[in-house]
Design a binder for this molecule. Structure first.
Ligand code: TXA
Ligand code: MG
Length: 339
């Protein structure tokens, strides 16, 4: 099939495709999602199929407003306050599931369901015009970096899906924070994102846990977080060190005859670009939001370059930096220097 591109002026046509059971990717403020009507079992099964997604990894349902009582077994008190504060926005909430609302494959055997209201006008309009909530896993091939442009979606899924609603580059660039409200000990972050503990705790009090990279071994995880993720074809080495560590790492790989791809701040790129075969700048070192917004585009760019290894720069894991480091640690096969 030919994958058609839609924009703000042709949302009606994209909605019509969804209503006939087709898949249409849509932009959000985080990454592009792969849309299908969440009540259509055939369409949802097709989402797993075209992504190559493991069948035990549940999907997020995207809604166009805060009227969610109809979709879940009950709305915990904290959810009302969180929706008020952060929806539309990059916060996915996990609710107790209500039987028979969504296609069984949406929740992949879990007794809970993930909901999110994205902050993207065209996509909210698409959901409203379709008339049903839409599933929206990231619109990439499973295992690859999530798409932050319509071109990334085409690269992975061209010919496999009916359409893409093109909203340009995504603003945040990393997937939403996933917060579990069904845990008996209290709310837990299953996946870090743009909305962090620091913003959540004033609204709902102390969290019972967080998937901070530092607690990787003990932290609870979203089912999807156990899989290899965000990875280009070449090994990614996470460099978490000072100037001397960068010099040593570059020396070591060059010594082996490896062609180096550099994914780093503009300051580091300026110093080391002559030693690299290809570079992708993440912007100024002080701007971790810019680095987060560019991370997946950079991994995808370097994936296509004739390099043997990708050296990627660590950032301070505060604010959105926590999500940046979480994704980069998952993409990386090793760290340098080893700690
Ligand atoms: O920003 C985002 O969340 C993007 C955009 C498109 O909205 N979507 C996204 O979807 O990242 P996906 O499918 O790539 O990631 C969903 C994550 C997975 O780690 C999955 O395991 C988790 O959410 N998840 C979904 N339903 C869950 C549930 N019922 N319980 C626990 N985790 C769940
Ligand atoms: Mg994903």
């Amino acid at each position: 099939m030919e994958t058609k591109i839609y924009d703000a002026s042709t949302i009606d046509e994209a909605a019509e495709l969804l209503r006939t059971g087709e898949l249409v990717a849509f932009p959000t403020e985080t990454v592009y999602g792969l849309g299908a009507i969440a009540c259509d079992d055939e369409a949802v099964k097709n989402v797993y199929k075209v992504k190559g997604r493991p069948s035990d990894n549940p999907l997020i349902v995207h809604v166009a407003d805060r009227e969610i009582a109809q979709y879940v077994a009950y709305v915990p008190e904290q959810a009302e306050a969180l929706m008020e504060a952060f929806w539309p926005g990059p916060l996915t909430l996990i609710f107790p599931m209500k039987e028979g609302v969504f296609a069984p494959t949406v929740t992949a055997g879990h007794q809970t369901v993930a909901l999110r209201m994205p902050a993207q006008t065209q996509t909210l309009e698409l959901i409203r015009k379709t008339g049903f909530p839409l599933v929206g896993p990231s619109a990439n091939t499973s295992g690859k970096p999530s798409p932050t442009t319509a071109q990334h979606v085409l690269h992975d899924l061209s010919g496999k899906i009916a359409g893409i609603l093109d909203g340009g580059e995504t603003r945040i660039g990393l997937e939403s924070t996933v917060l579990d409200l069904t845990n008996t000990d209290g709310p837990v972050i299953l996946r870090p994102g743009a909305i962090t503990e620091v913003e959540l705790e004033p609204i709902i009090g102390k969290l019972a846990g967080s998937a901070h990279p530092a607690d990787e071994k003990t932290a609870p995880k979203a089912p999807g977080m156990k899989y290899q993720h965000y990875a280009p074809a070449q090994p990614v080495i996470l460099i978490d060190g000072a100037a001397a560590d960068w010099e040593a790492a570059i020396e070591a790989y060059r010594g082996k005859g490896d062609k180096i791809g550099l994914l780093a701040s503009e300051e580091l790129v300026a110093v080391h670009q002559d030693a690299a075969e290809a570079v992708y700048s993440l912007g100024p070192k002080m701007d971790v939001a810019a680095a987060s917004q560019r991370l997946y585009a950079g991994l995808r760019y370097l994936d296509e370059q004739p390099v043997d290894v990708i050296l990627a720069e660590a950032y301070d894991a505060a604010g959105i930096g926590e999500a940046y480091m979480n994704r980069l640690e998952k993409a990386a096969s090793a760290k340098y220097p080893k700690k």
